[in-house]
Design a protein around this ligand. Structure first.
Ligand code: CO8
Length: 169
């Protein structure tokens, strides 16, 4: 049986992210999982994710790097602490820094493999290297500095909750 994706184990109050939130019907809903000591996600860009005809928009690629990086940070933190991921226990990480190098044009039409490798991990911070691969060729490399989410970003009440309600999510 396939393991549930990291993002599917986030609590509801942090599951509206445009890149990976399972509760965001308009988002990418990226799904990241362990593959040995690395992490992997697959994403198939749609024709409207175009940069120039036939090639993937760089902002989408940055989004995949971002959400795979932060999800990898959360999963690695759980693994290091010996705590399974789950809706009540998820250690939450947000992006402090996102760097992407676009090495070559990324072809549109097939699935992209997104691979993550934890470079450093402390209780409060993870640095994750991410590759975006099309048909066996690395098209972009990124690095995410992910930091434990401040309490103010996970609000279940107040303005944040009202915005999501208004959006119908
Ligand atoms: C939870 C699931 C949701 C999915 C997430 C999806 C990804 C996202 O898009 S998140 C949205 C975008 N990100 C944000 O809005 C975050 C906004 N920024 C913040 O809230 C804060 O600046 C935050 C939390 C990142 C860092 O807080 P801050 O108090 O500055 O942390 P601080 O204690 O100084 O630094 C912690 C560590 O991070 C490092 N760090 C902080 N900012 C940066 C940076 N920009 N670049 C590199 N390193 C940094 C520090 O050097 C420090 O490292 P060390 O522990 O080795 O000394």
């Amino acid at each position: 049986m396939t393991e549930p994706a990291f993002q599917d184990q986030y609590p509801d109050d942090v599951s509206h992210c445009f890149g990976c939130g399972r509760l965001n019907d308009h988002g990418h809903q990226l799904k990241s999982r362990w593959d040995g000591d690395e992490t992997v996600a697959w994403f198939r860009p749609e024709p409207y994710h175009t940069a120039t005809p036939g090639f993937v928009y760089g902002g989408l690629i940055a989004s995949l790097v971002d959400c795979h990086g932060t999800a990898t940070a959360a999963a690695a933190s759980h693994r290091a602490e010996g705590r399974p991921m789950g809706p009540d226990e998820t250690l939450r990480f947000v992006t402090a820094s996102l760097h992407v190098d676009f090495l070559r044009p990324t072809p549109l039409g097939g699935p992209l493999q997104v691979r993550g490798q934890v470079e450093t991990l402390t209780a409060r911070k993870a640095v994750v290297a991410v590759s975006v691969i099309a048909d066996g060729t690395v098209c972009a490399r990124g690095r995410v500095v992910a930091v434990r989410m401040p309490e103010t970003m996970g609000a279940t009440a107040g303005p944040a909750a009202r915005i999501m309600e208004d959006a119908g999510s």
